[in-house]
Design a protein around this ligand. Structure first.
Ligand SMILES: [Zn+2]
Length: 526
């Protein structure tokens, strides 16, 4: 596209009309004076800026028509005609342009890093193809990422009869992350490299203890100290710490930047968990709902890879779900949104649920409900194990020889199948992943019944479209999900380590919580 006789390879458009200063940036072509910029219906004044590619400037994007503007930086804005009446506004908008060029630089790093993260070893040619960036830009950004140790040359691949092409890959040893799984029966701390391979893990049963937030926070800090010491990792070198909580993480309306956890199943209402943890965590700290983060882990590293529309069904003491959509592994798709699946009613006037309603799915398939059903059945045997997790594992193992145990789990499989049938009718997923600690423990035994029942309850035109699988991330799944938070942040910043900024009211390290409206609900699962 040409503009005023100047070759334009990228375009940034600004609207200076209306109430002032709406901007949009991108590489799409926008016609001078006739563009509609997202967020602004006004087209009174649109100016265009030529964006040179990264290849032109070693440290990123510059914007210039005449080659001015300087390396690395600022935007030389070309305004057709007189400066008046825009000159004043233009000065203020120039600062936006500077931010925007920086955003583009970060955006391009993020695109390439995410592509390598999701696709694994990839040649520069393929990176150029999938990213839509110019080969010069790819070359420039790849050089930066290599120099910074985020990626490495990783062997070679054949290239249609030509010379073998070298491939690039993520360097797992660039850094490690912590994932914290706070449940109703345990706190699990996982140390992962940043490609999410487990380095060390510790689990601390908390059943029977009082779940006051201060005690849980102290346990989390102890766990972080334990796993990092065991692995010989300096906690200050961590790329970040992600915490998955069985509830909602929402901004404190009174203190900007502070995040509060609302987790009815733990008895937490407005708990400033980040603030409790921050003094003991040297790395950036992030909190989010555990079903959302688990869904993210399943789509990145679990059975959800490559699926388009995935429901992750999380079964523990509580029951929840998350719906995510992904492309090529999900890092470029929509982050999962939570669903209060456990409190959908499957039996009118049925068993009382702790939410106050009756007949909720959770009242039938939550881990405590399953154990209660078995123990209340004539012919059941006493458990040798103690604790909910130990007993459910014992019940599952017993199903091979104990007809009462088998009958109990078949009934549970039927209830889960009804719940999944409802999900299929409502959400049309192409994959449902049975996950959570209880889902993982009994998944193999109940899966045939779950599939058969869900098929029976799904609408005929939806039957056969949805696969149902047991998650393959095992007992580390929720901790791994939490660990995706700092990894996702690192990918979104193009591999820039965020600075840790703690302070009064910050609540956490540097970044935290969920995006408002992104779907975190008052979860009720463990
Ligand atoms: Zn309920």
């Amino acid at each position: 596209m040409g503009l005023s006789g100047v070759e334009v390879r990228g375009l940034l458009s600004l609207c200076l009309g209306g109430s002032g200063g709406v901007w949009g940036a991108g590489l799409e072509e926008v016609g001078l004076g006739e563009a509609s910029i997202p967020g602004c219906g006004c087209v009174r004044a649109v100016v265009a800026v030529r964006l040179l590619t990264f290849a032109d400037f070693p440290d990123g994007v510059s914007a210039s028509r005449e080659g001015a503007g300087g390396r690395g930086g600022g935007g030389q804005v070309d305004v057709p005609g007189s400066e008046e009446p825009w000159a004043g506004r233009l000065r203020s908008v120039k600062s936006v342009v500077k931010r925007t060029t920086s955003d583009l630089r970060r955006h391009n790093r993020s695109i390439l890093l995410s592509a390598l993260y999701v696709q694994g070893p990839t040649s520069r040619n393929k990176l150029t193809r999938v990213s839509g960036l110019s080969s010069a830009t790819v070359s420039n950004v790849v050089s930066q990422l290599l120099a910074e140790g985020l990626i490495a040359e990783g062997g070679s691949e054949d290239s249609d009869g030509g010379r073998p092409r070298s491939v690039l890959e993520i360097r797992p040893d660039y850094g490690s992350v912590i994932g914290v799984d706070i449940g109703e029966t345990h706190v699990r701390i996982g140390l992962f490299d940043w490609t999410l391979s487990v380095i060390a893990s510790e689990v601390y049963p908390i059943a029977g203890t009082r779940l006051d937030a201060e005690s849980v926070a102290a346990l989390v800090l102890q766990g972080i100290s334990d796993v990092t010491r065991a692995a010989g990792v300096d906690p200050a070198d961590l790329l970040g710490v992600g915490v998955g909580v069985p509830g909602a993480v929402q901004p404190d309306p009174r203190i900007p930047g502070r995040m509060l956890v609302h987790a009815p199943t733990l008895g937490w209402s407005g708990v400033a968990l980040g603030e409790m943890l921050a003094p003991g965590v040297a790395a950036p700290l992030m909190l989010d709902n555990c079903a959302r983060t688990l869904g993210q882990a399943e789509m990145w590293r679990g059975v959800g890879q490559g699926a388009d529309r995935v429901v992750t069904a999380l079964i523990g003491v509580g029951v929840g779900a998350a719906l995510g959509s992904g492309t090529e592994g999900g890092t470029t798709g929509l982050a999962p949104a939570t669903i209060e699946w456990g409190h959908t009613v499957i039996y009118a006037g049925g068993l009382p649920c702790r939410c106050g309603s009756r007949g909720c799915l959770e009242a039938y398939v939550g881990a405590d409900a399953i154990l209660h059903r078995y123990q209340a059945t004539l012919g059941s045997q006493p458990f040798h194990a103690s604790g909910t997790e130990g007993r459910l594992a014992e019940l599952t193992a017993r199903a091979a020889t104990d007809p009462v145990a088998m009958e109990t789990l078949e009934k549970i499989g039927e209830y889960i199948g009804i719940g999944i049938g409802n999900l299929i009718n409502l959400l049309h997923p192409d994959l449902v992943v049975l996950s959570g600690w209880a889902g993982s423990v009994m998944g193999g035994v109940v899966l045939p019944t779950v599939r058969e029942t869900a098929e029976r309850h799904a609408l005929s035109y939806l039957r056969g479209r949805t696969r149902i699988e047991v998650g393959r991330l095992g007992q580390e799944a929720v901790a791994m999900g939490a660990a995706t938070l700092p990894v996702a942040h690192l990918l979104s910043t193009g591999g820039r380590r965020p600075e840790v900024v703690s302070g009064p009211g910050s609540g956490v390290g540097s970044v935290s919580g969920t995006v408002p409206g992104s779907g975190s609900g008052a979860g009720a699962w463990a």
